[in-house]
Design a protein around this ligand. Structure first.
Ligand code: ZN
Length: 355
C-alpha cells in the first residue's frame, strides 16, 4: 500500500504560558504590514488571551462566534471580501487562529482563500487549492478537535459540510499552551475531548492505518483515556488532541465522523457533541471503545439526548443519508473498498433513527 506523504506542522512551541512566545513564530512586520487575528468570541470578555497579544492598530481582529454554529462558506467569503476591501487588496503577512476547532478552521480557511480565487465552496474536497495560503499560526484554547495538527478546515455549505483538505490548510506553526484550556466548561471539555478519543479509535480501527500513525494514535488514545478516567491533566489533554490530529493526517477518520456531519448539517450540532451522539450507537463497529465511552459518559455525569431525529421530516433524513454517502474516504478507511455494500442507505437511516 502506498502511504500518503506524511506532513506535520513544522514549528511548535509546547508548555504552560507559551502563548507569551507568539512573537517568536511570527514574521517581522515592515511598514504597513499587518496580521489577521481570528479569536473565539468567548475571549471578547475574558482577558486571558488578549493581554498576551501585541495587536497594533493596523492589524485586523475577528472575534469568531464559535459557540453559535459551525463556520460557513458564506462567512469565509464575507471575511475575504471585507479584508481585501479594507486593505485595498494588500494581503496580511500572517493569520493567527486562537480558539477551538471552529476558530482555528476559520483562520486556516481565510489564509487559503486570500490566495485562491473564487468562493470557499469551490475548495471543499481534497487537494483543490492551487496556491499556498498566508503564513498561519494556530493556538488551541479547547483541546480535542486536532485542528491544530490537521490539514482540514471544515466548513458548512448550503447542502453539505465538508473540509478544505489540503497541505495548504495546515498551520505553519502552533502553540500548545495547556494554561489556555483550563477554563473550558466541563461539558465542552468532555465533548471536545471525545472528538480526540474518536479520532484515535477511527484511526486505529481503520484500514488506512500504518505503524507510524498507529504509534501516534495509540499514545494519543491512552493519554485521552487517562484524562477522562484517571487524572485530568491539561498537559496530557492538549498533547492527546495534537497527537490525535497527527494520526488522522496520516490515516483517516471513520464511520462516526461520516455520520456526524449529517447531524451538524440538519440539526446545527457542534462537531464534538454530534460525534458523541453518533459514537454512542456504533457498538457493532467500534465495540469495546464504545463501552468505555459509555462509562466515561456516566463518570462525567453527561446525558446525551435521545431520539434526536424526531423533529426532522423524511426529506431532511434523506439529506443526512446523502451527506454520509459523500464521505467516501472515511468510509473506505472504516469498512474497506466495498463499504457501500455494508453501509447501505437503509443501514445509515437506521443508525440515524437509533440516535
Ligand atoms: Zn473530529
Amino acid at each position: 500500500m502506498k502511504f500518503r506523504i506524511f506532513k506535520q506542522v513544522p514549528k511548535l512551541i509546547f508548555g504552560e504560558n507559551s502563548i507569551e512566545r507568539l512573537d517568536e513564530l511570527l514574521p517581522e512586520k515592515k511598514e504597513n504590514d499587518y496580521y489577521i487575528y481570528v479569536i473565539d468570541d468567548y475571549f471578547q470578555t475574558e482577558s486571558l488571551i488578549i493581554n498576551f497579544l501585541n495587536i497594533d492598530k493596523n492589524d485586523h481582529l475577528i472575534y469568531f462566534p464559535a459557540t453559535k454554529k459551525e463556520p460557513t462558506t458564506d462567512q469565509i467569503d464575507d471575511y475575504k471580501k471585507m479584508i481585501l476591501k479594507k486593505y485595498s487588496n494588500k494581503l496580511p503577512i500572517s493569520v493567527i487562529g486562537i480558539g477551538g476547532g471552529s476558530s482555528m478552521d476559520v483562520a486556516k480557511a481565510i489564509s487559503v482563500m486570500l490566495c485562491n480565487d473564487g468562493s470557499s465552496r469551490e475548495y471543499q474536497g481534497w487537494d483543490l487549492p492551487k496556491n499556498e495560503g498566508i503564513y498561519k499560526v494556530g493556538i488551541p484554547t479547547i483541546a480535542g478537535s486536532g485542528s491544530e495538527a490537521s490539514r482540514t478546515a471544515v466548513l458548512m455549505g448550503k447542502d453539505r459540510k465538508f473540509g478544505i483538505n489540503s497541505d495548504y490548510s495546515m498551520f505553519n506553526a502552533i502553540i500548545l499552551d495547556s494554561n489556555l484550556i483550563k477554563s473550558v466548561p466541563k461539558d465542552q471539555r468532555f465533548y471536545s475531548g471525545m472528538d480526540c478519543y474518536i479520532h484515535c479509535v477511527e484511526s486505529l480501527e481503520g484500514t488506512m492505518i500504518n505503524e507510524l500513525s498507529k504509534g501516534i494514535a495509540d499514545k494519543a488514545l491512552s493519554l485521552c483515556t487517562d484524562v477522562f478516567t484517571k487524572n485530568s491533566k491539561n498537559d496530557m489533554l492538549i498533547t492527546a488532541s495534537y497527537l490525535g490530529g497527527v494520526s488522522i493526517v496520516n490515516s483517516e477518520v471513520g464511520i462516526c465522523h461520516a455520520l456526524s456531519y449529517g447531524l451538524s448539517l440538519e440539526l446545527d450540532y457542534r462537531h464534538g457533541y454530534a460525534n458523541c451522539i453518533v459514537f454512542n450507537v456504533l457498538h457493532e463497529y467500534y465495540g469495546e471503545h464504545v463501552n468505555l465511552f459509555k462509562k466515561m459518559l456516566l463518570d462525567h455525569d453527561i446525558t446525551l439526548p435521545t431520539n434526536v431525529c424526531s423533529s426532522l421530516d423524511d426529506v431532511a433524513i434523506e439529506r443526512m443519508v446523502d451527506m454520509t454517502l459523500l464521505m467516501d474516504r472515511p468510509l473506505t478507511n472504516a469498512l474497506g473498498d466495498n463499504w457501500r455494500e455494508i453501509l447501505t442507505r437503509d443501514k445509515i437511516r437506521d443508525l440515524y433513527l437509533a440516535m
